[in-house]
Design a binder for this molecule. Structure first.
Ligand code: PBG
Length: 328
């Protein structure tokens, strides 16, 4: 006789739904959108099929279409023209910059959406780094004052949550202080706490043309600020600092190769955990699906579910709109 038969709880769709331990809802998803200056631009990113660079007129339509599907959280990344880039990324805090203009338009038209920013120098930096490069090194502390200026401008423009993706030491505290002093105590910070120096960011850097430039005086990678993929305890150290400095969310990035880190932070902190399912992770699955080697409609939700199961409350993913469309 066999008393224990786990299959009884998998017998039918209804029972399987009833005993499901993890639910993934479109409310958990944040959709990254690339924006650029201009009109009527919808340019596909070759290494990330199905994703586009949008001008402000068309991104408003795209956000409207997503809201109709029940998807209401967005993170915006700017593609900045080369002639606007400089070593200190000053366009990032120029009041009239197109990124801030787009944010104002979005929040005006869709006050209920959740709009998340990117706080980092790289889209604006002629060196392609997240910090100021000085004599071949990243100047952490001078970078902080630029991040503070960007943060205030973004809060003024109406972003609900600011996302420092730069990995400079002390940025969360510096931003929190600057925001509070300027009266933006309600603007939240989603800190990229454990952001690894990963090879999975390629399509994103293609989309923004933001890779470190090839020059002997410029660090060729981001390993002096992004984390070593070997390290786990260091993720706790970074998260400890973000908590003390006033972060509202702790993010792990990338997601799938770092599910253990997501789980670790979930177990150790009371803040909601976000995970960034990055461009390279999506590109792999899209490419295999296009070849007919994987079934996109099955592998896509399984992937997102696994990130949720590991402990993420919020998942930044290029699959967000497809998930919303297929799982309404
Ligand atoms: C940089 C930034 C990167 C991503 C988001 N912000 C790339 C990098 O560190 O070079 C990558 C996201 C993705 O690959 O989808 N501030």
């Amino acid at each position: 006789m066999m008393l224990e038969r786990p299959r009884r709880n998998r017998k039918s769709f209804g029972i399987r739904q009833m005993v499901q331990e993890t639910k993934l809802h479109v409310d958990n998803l944040i959709y990254p959108l690339f924006v650029e200056d201009g009109n009527k631009i919808k340019e596909e990113i070759p290494s990330l099929p199905g994703n586009f660079r949008w001008s402000s007129d068309l991104v408003l339509d795209e956000i409207g279409a997503c809201m109709d599907l029940g998807l209401k959280s967005f993170v915006l990344f700017p593609k900045v023209a080369n002639h606007l880039k400089n070593r200190e990324g000053t366009y990032g805090y120029k009041k009239s910059n197109f990124y801030l203009e787009i944010a104002r338009k979005i929040k005006h038209k869709f006050p209920d959406c959740v709009l998340i920013s990117d706080v980092a120098l790289d889209p604006y930096s002629s060196d392609g780094h997240d910090g100021i490069v000085e004599n071949g090194r990243i100047d952490n502390d001078r970078t902080l004052s630029l991040l503070q200026k960007m943060a205030i401008r973004q809060a003024e423009a109406g972003f609900d949550i600011l996302g420092p993706s730069d990995m400079m030491d002390g940025r969360v505290g510096a931003m929190r202080e600057a925001l509070d002093e300027s009266g933006f105590c309600e603007t939240a910070i989603m800190s990229y706490s454990a952001k690894y120096a990963s090879a999975l960011y390629g399509p994103f850097r293609d989309a923004l043309d933001s890779a470190p430039v090839d020059d002997a005086n410029i660090p060729k990678d981001k390993k002096s600020y992004q984390m070593d993929p070997s390290n786990k305890i260091e993720a706790l150290r970074e998260a400890d600092l973000d908590v003390v400095e006033g972060a509202d969310f702790l993010m792990v990035k990338p997601a799938l190769h770092y599910l253990d880190i997501i789980h670790l932070l979930k177990e150790n902190y009371n803040l909601p955990i976000a995970a960034y399912h990055v461009s390279g992770e999506c590109a792999m699955l899209i490419a295999a699906s296009q070849k007919g080697w994987l079934n996109y409609e099955l592998v896509m939700p399984e992937t997102l579910l696994s990130i949720r199961r590991a402990g993420a409350s919020a998942i930044l993913t290029y699959f967000a709109k497809d998930y919303a469309r297929l799982h309404r």
